[in-house]
Design a protein around this ligand. Structure first.
Ligand code: ZN
Length: 118
């Protein structure tokens, strides 16, 4: 594997930044950015080994969305079995009382806890 990847952003070479200017004299160009791949780094196989920034990543996704979805089409919803538990707990809220004072009022609240069933 090469130490560098070219950014896969389809518009990378059109962004007007100094980091993309190459060539000399009157033969200057804006060139796709080269990304150094750190072989020992945790970032070695991340998406940013192939895209210089999020803008290039999103340009790529927009340009190739139909092809990307065709790789792993989703024709029906996925489901994860869970157990739903309702739990009561003591809480409080603030209300205005008849003396026009802000008063702390306790009440029993309910929270929903979703647990993996496995
Ligand atoms: Zn790029």
């Amino acid at each position: 594997m090469s130490d560098y990847n070219w950014c896969h952003g389809p518009n990378c070479h059109t962004q007007q930044t100094q980091s993309r200017v190459r060539g000399s004299g009157d033969n200057k160009v804006l060139r796709t950015r080269r990304i150094k791949v750190h072989k020992s780094s945790f970032a070695m196989d991340t998406i940013y080994s192939y895209f210089c920034n999020q803008s290039c990543l999103m340009d790529f996704i927009r340009t190739h969305l139909t092809s990307l979805l065709a790789i792993a089409p989703r024709r029906e919803a996925l489901e994860t079995p869970v157990k739903v538990v309702k739990e009561k707990y003591e809480s409080y809220r603030y209300e205005w009382n008849s003396n026009n004072e802000h008063e702390r009022v306790p009440y029993t609240a309910t929270k929903t806890i979703i647990k993996n069933s496995s």
